[in-house]
Design a protein around this ligand. Sequence first.
Ligand code: MN
Ligand code: MN
Length: 461
Amino acid sequence: MTTDELREKLTYTKKNGYTLLTPEQRAEMNAYAKRYAAFMDACKTEREATSWAEAEAQAKGFQPMTPGKALKPGDKVYLNNRGKNIYLAVIGSAPLEEGMNLCAAHIDSPRLDLKPMPLYEDSEFAYFKTNYYGGVKKYQWPTIPLALHGVVSLQDGSVVTVKVGEDPEDPVLFITDLLIHLAREQMQKSLAEGITAEQLNVLLGTEPLEGEGADLVKLNILRILNEKYGITEADFRSAELTMVPAGKCREAGLDRSLLSAYGHDDRVCAYAALEPILELENPVHTCVCVLADREEIGSVGISGMQSRAFDTFVADICKSMDADPNQVLKNSFCLSSDVANAYDPTFADAFDRRNTSYVNYGVAIMKYTGRGGKSGASDASAEALGHVRKALDGAGVLWQINTIGRVDLGGGGTVAGFMANRNIVTVDAGVPLLGMHAPMELVGKLDAYMMMKASQAIYEV
Ligand code: MN
Ligand code: MN
């Protein structure tokens, strides 16, 4: 063989996905990007994503899971777990003990939650106090338009939904920063200290009510909230309210190859897992889409991936199919779908160029995540990776490998370990992301589209 032939035969060369995309795929990709953007505009919290998924599932013939009711191949069921996360299943024709094909992603994103008693007045400004949720660079949150999303449980037990800042007619809210002219001391601080958590106070208003007494600006804000939502200050104690970046998912780049949005982590994988299961008819193996909450704070809690709510859903399906849950789990496969760190040339030394993912090179497959010597990683086996390789190559899905940046620089985790702990073979995969956890993140349309094709390929194994 010549050297060129040997090189062709023996070496592995990464290719930019745009060199491989057919015109039909390009058209499909652009159509998918529009559907995904519509989902993103409607869903900025786990609750909104859960409601959206439930409504779409019902429209596609999914029924709420009823424990004890027999299931047959082709049946479609779901469990809305307390409005915070959702599991959807389509029953396959093969015996359930042959295992299920799962795609698991999370629908919570980093944000600024309101403190339980958030409202106060200082120097005739009304504010909300916040407590950040998930890993954020605090300095990124002042001086960008924010929206208020969430629910309030009233004394009578009824729940009102709050959303301000998304409609073009709505006001938006802001956290202020210090003017540069007086920032010499602030500018000497580290990025971690330049804006502190207790400075992330959301400015709500400046106009006092007419009359005498203290806190007339705050009282005016309470009046506005009461008129619109019927809530009082006492109701904040039983509320779940959060500040998220205001605005829509948009095309980005002069060539429109990217999408900018709040919360691509991990709704770009969640939508990719959801859309194909909604269209799935009569799969061979039973397929499950898991949209989890609380990933950003360790997958703990009743709606996180460690919750037994998922095990109960699986157990109920097994009971309805007369199958042994231990055998079902043992033979199941899960694609743990979560976003990956795309190579960013501006911060080149944070990455290992031979082992990082690139925008436009397709789905990023991760053998392991974790930090400091793979700690906390599920670390998939060669066989598990081989399974994914075969499924994705067979379906023509573009993919690449990824590791979480330079070793010992940082790290991260996903829900993978919690699925693997359940005796489910699990592999991490996701969409490469620029600016992960920033108020606005960027993904390549091509990679988002390939992620959906990857989920589809896993369901169809
Ligand atoms: Mn994530
Ligand atoms: Mn994250």
